[in-house]
Design a protein around this ligand. Structure first.
Ligand code: AMP
Length: 618
């Protein structure tokens, strides 16, 4: 949602400077996590207490006393205490034991199959932890880090997840937030957050590829942005392709080049030292053409050219996955406008070089690729905060809002793309004689039938004085404020019976979900309209049937047996047509009944008028 702050006095578009409340953005990563917030309109990643790093390793160490250590300190225990140092928790989120059993060797710590539980657990000593509890430890550490930095408590957050996360994984992330004492306002997709950080939501009709190459994983997402709404068109990836492979390539190259196998076999710590040096070499080669360093008295070196030849096949694989994602999204290479780089490994110059060679798109690498997702999450959080003083937030409602009417139809009260704040009202009536309660079910979406839209809530207007069907005048008002908070009021105007409820119209719905709902409304438009006209025809027929019953009752004194018989026959024909659910025969039967009863209704009317006049004395 694009929000435009406007100065009420001057009418100028302005940015706010006053903050009431911080809502933080969190990138909960497989290898590293980080937290960011917006201050003076700039998103900032928060540094740890050492003041050096924004990245917090997503690693949890349980010491023998049962204390929990998260981050850099926990990472140091990785080699010595394999069984009590937990990493890559994100790979376990929302997964069962069977889903992850093939990763057992890679993980090093114990994962167990719980009979009564479908979700996997991690065992440390005699204690079992769910991935949700483990993630909550990381989130708690981030929360403390930002609270320490800001000097105030923080309770609200936006957390990012990969675009391919399913509902269970998203819910698990949300639960982890809750467990860490955070009110998770939104779960947003990492590629969406990265695009937000580059302000790509402000431009319309764009197709974006988000290329995310981290330490251990590669993800590609193709997004389309339209009217400020992101839609994920396709995702592809490789859960075991990343910067670690580049380190490994240098490691293997050195072993071969300098005959290091012997040292490896005889010196236990050599492998770890060599691995760390390989990573250092890789990082140096992102800016220099050559790397040289001494390790245990031996000079090891590698040039960028050699390094690139070692990793070229890996990078080609990412290009291949990108092309496959484009095919999934039914797009041509030339249709990608922007490529956003995410993850530390995109600093390897060959990545950029290959992307520029194969794609004509603008490659965004201006922001820190490690921080870009958290920065975008902070921007989304700031948009949700809407905490500008003296500002009117000009915004639009992304989906239509309405209520369910008879037959399950969606009756829109505020249409999509209406500028908010806005109020709108419509009048309704009852469909049954003597009806004293009316259920008001509020929905969001573009489809004609409420069952295809998203229910926001319902309430009952009770205490309507009994009246014949169609007589009560019930006004339903929707008041949507600048924060997207919807108040719905139902009022029976003759008796002033009233009921009001508040609903957050956008809560719990991601931009992608919104996008999906819109796309579906277009895809099903034709069948939806057919369905709507059928339901409308049925509703009208039901009213006609009711009226014809009443007519027979009220006019039994003068109608001939033959007339009564004919009305009943046409009545039953209409009933039959309704049962068959066929719009055309319903309309035909309606017409037949109307045509026959119209002259009779005229006679009835004349009789009533005559009676009224005769009774009057002058
Ligand atoms: P992430 O999972 O996004 O934190 O990515 C971390 C990966 O990025 C690790 O493999 C790092 O070695 C790698 N990385 C960080 N900085 C650089 C750099 N300057 N050049 C190449 N790779 C880097």
């Amino acid at each position: 949602m694009a929000k435009i702050p406007i100065q009420l006095q001057t009418g100028q578009v302005e940015k706010s400077k006053t903050k009431k409340d911080y809502i933080i953005g969190i990138d909960l990563g497989t290898t590293n996590s980080l937290v960011a917030y917006v201050s003076e309109d700039q998103p900032k990643a928060v540094k740890d207490r050492s003041g050096k790093h924004t990245l917090v390793p997503s690693i949890i160490y349980f010491d023998a006393q049962g204390d929990v250590i998260v981050g850099e300190e926990a990472k140091k225990q990785l080699v010595r205490h394999t069984d009590r140092t937990i990493f890559s928790v994100k790979r376990l989120m929302g997964k069962s034991y069977a889903d992850v059993v093939q990763m057992r060797d890679f993980l090093g710590y114990r994962i167990i199959d719980h009979d009564d539980e479908s979700l996997v657990r991690v065992a440390v000593d005699q204690r079992y932890y769910t991935p949700i509890e483990l993630s909550a430890h990381i989130l708690r550490a981030l929360k403390q880090q930002v609270e320490w930095h800001l000097g105030t408590s923080v309770t609200k957050a936006v957390i990012t997840v990969p675009a391919y996360f399913n509902d269970t994984q998203r819910q698990a992330t949300r639960d982890a937030g809750k467990l860490a004492g955070l009110d998770v306002l939104r779960i947003i997709n990492e590629p969406t957050a990265a695009s937000l950080a580059y302000g790509l939501n402000r431009t319309d009709h764009k197709t974006i590829a988000v290329y995310d190459l981290g330490g251990g994983t590669f993800d590609i997402s193709i997004l389309r942005i339209e009217d400020g709404i992101f839609e994920v068109l396709a995702t592809r990836g490789d859960a075991f392709l990343g910067g670690d492979d580049f380190d490994r390539a240098i490691f293997d190259y050195w072993i071969e080049q300098y005959n290091l196998q012997n040292r490896l076999d005889h010196q236990k710590s050599y492998s770890q030292k060599l691995r760390l040096l390989a990573e250092k070499a890789k990082k140096t080669l992102s800016k220099d053409d050559i790397f040289s360093a001494q390790l245990d008295g031996l000079v090891l070196s590698i040039s960028r050219e050699v390094f690139e030849s070692l990793i070229e096949s890996k990078i080609d694989r990412t290009m291949c996955l990108l092309r496959q994602a484009l095919i999934d999204a039914r797009l041509e290479i030339g249709q990608i406008h922007d490529i956003v780089l995410v993850g530390g490994s995109t600093r390897v110059p060959l990545v950029r070089k290959k992307l520029l060679k194969h794609f004509a798109a603008k490659v965004h690498d201006e922001l820190n690729p490690d921080e870009v997702v958290a920065l975008g999450a902070a921007i989304q959080a700031d948009i949700l905060a809407g905490n500008q003083k003296n500002m009117l937030l000009l915004d639009v409602t992304p989906l239509s809002l309405g209520i369910e009417t008879i037959g399950g139809l969606m009756d829109t009260i505020i249409s999509r793309n209406t500028k908010i704040p806005i109020s709108a009202a419509r009048n309704y009536t009852t469909s049954v004689d003597g009806q004293t309660n009316l259920k008001i079910a509020v929905y969001q979406g573009e489809r004609e039938m409420v069952q295809d839209n998203r229910k926001l809530g319902e309430f009952i207007l009770s205490g309507i004085p009994p009246m014949p069907a169609g007589i009560p005048k019930i006004e339903i008002s929707f008041m949507l404020d600048a924060d997207g908070l919807l108040r719905v009021r139902a009022r029976e105007l003759r008796s002033q019976t009233e009921q009001t409820v508040s609903i957050t119209s956008t809560y719990g719905i991601s931009d992608e979900e919104m996008g999906k709902m819109l796309i579906e409304s277009i895809r099903y438009a034709k069948s939806d309209i057919a369905q709507r006209s059928l339901v409308e025809a049925i509703n009208e027929s039901n009213a006609i049937l009711l009226a014809s019953d009443k007519f027979l009752n009220n006019n039994a004194d003068w109608l001939s047996a033959q007339q009564v018989q004919k009305v009943k026959q046409l009545h039953d024909q209409l009933l039959d047509a309704i049962r068959q659910n066929d719009k055309d025969s319903i309309l035909r039967a309606q017409e037949a009944l109307n045509q026959y009863t119209e002259p009779l209704a005229q006679i009835a009317l004349e009789k009533t008028i005559k009676k009224a006049i005769t009774g009057k004395k002058i």
